[in-house]
Design a protein around this ligand. Structure first.
Ligand SMILES: NC(=O)c1ccc[n+]([C@@H]2O[C@H](COP(=O)([O-])OP(=O)(O)OC[C@H]3O[C@@H](n4cnc5c(N)ncnc54)[C@H](O)[C@@H]3O)[C@@H](O)[C@H]2O)c1
Length: 322
């Protein structure tokens, strides 16, 4: 089985590739080739099968056709610019998040000759916009309130249509906010949800741009990798035309996150959180909801953590060697 991963140099992409290489199989089939694509170099883990890391912008003319000409059996499409970047850079967001995804779909369609790969798309809860019911049911309308959410929602619609037409076998994975994100803060408006845990766990200060009562939906990077593996291997006949699903997660307020941090690392860690309001971030974040029913994905076997203590424990195990 040949696998293509776009965004393979990113936070989730790297972890997904590590898991694929460790597993050696996907859905019971041996992985024989891995193609990793990113604008930055994607690390190839030791023990990988025939693997190559291609440094390229997948949304540039002709690149999608070249990548798809190798006829990968499974495509994990994770490359995207994130919410804050897409909001600040309108044209760039549409070029990469929308046109780039469409170019991949078109390259697959034009490849033809019975080619019908499993296409796993990294979508987002930003496809939804307020006003929200609580919880948000699977049937809730897609009315995004950001450019990023709009670009992802449009890609979800195309994923469903290309699947309906039989050009590909698509599964869209609407990720919760992935927390605790390792490494440095990024341009995502949601970056602080991880920062207020990651930095204090390392003894460093962290800004908190919103109030303690902001509620959000979370899962760990380990759970995110599990979502993608599940998406690549489920029987899509059960999905019908609804190809994108809200993933299960942990609903928690910023205040509850902070209490989980207190339990894991004590009062001194909590004191490192610095309340500094940021209206730009607050405006984007308040356009998101805090609780989702995620019934379809749960029925299909997707699994997340049960509470924030577990999310912190995963970070300590996977990133801090505890
Ligand atoms: N992390 C989260 O909380 C979260 C939540 C919802 C959705 N998502 C989605 O999941 C996916 C992966 O997220 P992540 O957290 O690993 O993000 P990330 O920013 O760490 O990784 C994305 C990768 O895509 C690459 N990329 C961007 N534009 C590209 C281009 N034109 N050509 C090739 N590569 C390009 C980047 O260099 C980066 O390495 C993204 O599609 C993101 O929108 C993430």
């Amino acid at each position: 089985m040949k696998i293509l991963v776009t965004g393979a140099g990113g936070m989730i992409g790297r972890k997904l590739v590590e898991r694929l290489v460790a597993d050696k199989t996907l859905g019971g089939k041996a992985i024989t080739a891995l193609t990793l694509v990113d604008v930055v170099d994607s690390p190839i883990p030791d023990g990988a099968p025939a693997a190559k890391s291609i440094v390229t912008d997948f949304s540039e003319k002709g690149v999608a056709t070249t990548l798809i000409s190798e006829r990968p059996d499974v495509i994990f499409h994770l490359a995207a610019i994130v919410s804050g970047d897409a909001e600040a850079n309108f044209e760039k967001g549409y070029k990469i998040n929308f046109n780039g995804s469409w170019a991949l779909f078109e390259a697959i369609r034009l490849e033809g000759d019975g080619y019908k790969p499993r296409f796993v798309f990294a979508s987002t809860l930003a496809v939804y916009g307020p006003p929200f019911p609580d919880p948000i049911p699977d049937e809730f309308a897609l009315t995004p309130s950001s450019s990023y959410g709009t670009q992802k929602a449009m890609t979800e619609l195309m994923l469903a249509d290309y699947s309906r037409k039989g050009y590909l076998d698509g599964v869209g994975v609407r990720l919760p906010t992935i927390c605790i994100r390792p490494g440095k803060p990024n341009a995502a408006a949601s970056s602080f949800f991880s920062g207020i845990l990651r930095e204090p766990l390392a003894g460093k200060p962290a800004p908190l741009p919103v109030g303690d009562d902001v509620r959000h939906w979370f899962a760990s990077p380990r759970a995110a990798v599990g979502f993608f593996i599940t998406a690549a291997t489920i029987d899509t006949a059960a999905l019908g035309v609804r190809r994108s699903m809200t993933m299960p997660g942990v609903s928690a307020t910023v205040g509850e996150e902070i209490e989980a941090l207190r339990k894991a690392a004590g009062d001194d860690a909590v004191k490192l959180i610095q309340r500094t309001e940021d209206p730009f971030v607050a405006k984007i974040v308040l356009g998101w909801a805090g609780r989702y029913a995620a019934e379809l994905a749960t029925r299909m076997g997707f699994k997340a953590e049960k509470n924030f203590d577990e999310i912190i424990r995963v970070y300590q195990e996977d990133e801090m060697g505890k």
